[in-house]
Design a protein around this ligand. Structure first.
Ligand code: SOE
Length: 386
């Protein structure tokens, strides 16, 4: 049976997922057969253009008509449109794949997770934390799960970008609290929080995060508006020149884990010169590991019984769980492949009517940490997580 896929959103993430779907039959012949059936958005001209480029057979400007018509619904729109269409799709029994962060607010994320619970395990509700699907991260998880790093003492994660260093960089929905929820915290921090949960959140490792202390900062309070669309005008046809920035440009947080480990995490969109630098470091009683998205085919591992320091493991051979699908060992993978891997896993779960991880519960768990970090910044004190 061919799965008909409906996708809301056709910009950055729309492109990344459409590209992944197009690669599947070429490289993952055991993936379920799909049709990029309907592309959903508001602007018909832009939609038709995007549908042609991205290989969709039709377009719609009304998500409500699409969600129960298709076999799978991808919600790749801005954060403020995550909840309503995703919940409607789940209520119609349609599996959903939603971009991260799961929602702009904790309340929305809770409603989405509740809808997923009610839809049941055979209707997968996935949250698109694509960095779980980097082969080096899978490798790191195996080392940690096998206890090779011993007792976990420190976890560290930082996600650095620089596209908002320039005060003249244009305003977008990502700078608006109502639409985005938060700034660097939700957009980038959600990835770090999820990756650390994936790697050490297990009860045999660091366990849950118990308390957080957070700090948020906005460096540029307003930004120029580009273009002259109706939303960008004051209602009288005259374009506004700037809009306020109502989210953080950067955050940092300390984490206290259930079994005593300490965590330090941060993200910023103002780290001059850093484009997409996501780094994870973990120190255990028996060893340490380092991962950087800028060198995603490598994992650095240090063992306490070996005085040679960090060894670089090239995760491009049999250690890569997806290597058989791609090129001969050593022919490196990149950022886009993480989307192919996650689409493969998610669509296979849909076809087989089984659960997929990361799911909406994982999205909600990350959102709880983000909300606690914001609350801690507001109150100026540590905040506990239930
Ligand atoms: C923008 O900062 C962004 O595209 C994030 O939204 C993605 O999740 C991240 O993977 C790359 O940067």
């Amino acid at each position: 049976m061919t799965l008909e896929v409906g996708v809301l959103g056709y910009r950055f993430m729309g492109k990344a997922h459409a590209n992944a779907m197009a690669r599947l039959p070429m490289f993952f012949p055991d993936a379920p057969e799909i049709e990029r059936s309907v592309l959903v958005g508001r602007d018909e001209d832009a939609l038709s253009d995007a549908a042609d480029r991205l290989g969709f057979s039709s377009i719609s400007t009304d998500w409500a008509e699409v969600v129960d018509d298709v076999d799978v619904f991808y919600n790749l729109g801005p954060n403020h449109v995550h909840a309503e269409p995703s919940i409607a799709a789940l209520e119609a029994g349609t599996p959903v794949f939603c971009e991260k962060p799961l929602a702009p607010t904790l309340a929305d994320a809770e409603s989405m997770a509740e809808a997923a619970r009610e839809a049941g395990g055979d209707v997968p509700a996935g949250c698109a934390f694509n960095y779980r699907f980097v082969p080096a991260i899978r490798y790191a998880k195996r080392l940690l799960d096998d206890g090779e790093l011993g007792e976990i003492r420190h976890v560290r994660g930082r996600y650095l970008q620089d596209w908002l260093v320039d005060p003249e960089a244009p305003w977008s929905w990502r700078n608006d609290e109502e639409m985005a929820g938060s700034g660097a915290l939700g957009d980038l921090g959600a990835h770090t929080v999820d990756l650390l949960r994936f790697l050490v959140g297990d009860d045999d490792l660091a366990g849950e995060i118990e308390r957080v202390s957070g700090h948020l900062q906005t460096f540029v309070d307003e930004r120029p508006v580009e273009g002259e669309t109706p939303e960008e005008s004051r209602g009288d046809g005259n374009a506004v020149e700037t809009r306020p920035v109502t989210v953080d440009d950067a955050y940092s947080a300390q984490l206290a884990y259930e079994h005593g480990a300490m965590g330090t995490i941060e993200a910023t969109r103002a780290a001059t010169g850093h484009k997409n630098d996501h780094t994870i470091e973990i120190h255990g009683s028996e060893g340490s590991l380092r991962f950087s998205l800028e060198r995603l085919n490598e994992l650095e591992v240090l063992r306490s019984d070996d005085n040679r320091g960090y060894e670089t493991i090239l995760v491009t051979d049999e250690d890569d769980p997806y290597v058989d699908h791609w090129w001969p060992p050593g022919h490196v993978l990149g950022w886009e492949h993480t989307f192919v891997h996650e689409n493969y896993e998610f669509l296979s779960a849909v076809a087989e009517g089984r659960e997929f991880a990361p799911n909406f519960e994982d999205g909600l768990a990350a959102q709880r940490v983000l909300a606690a970090i914001e609350e801690s910044d507001d109150r100026g004190e540590w905040v506990g997580l239930e």
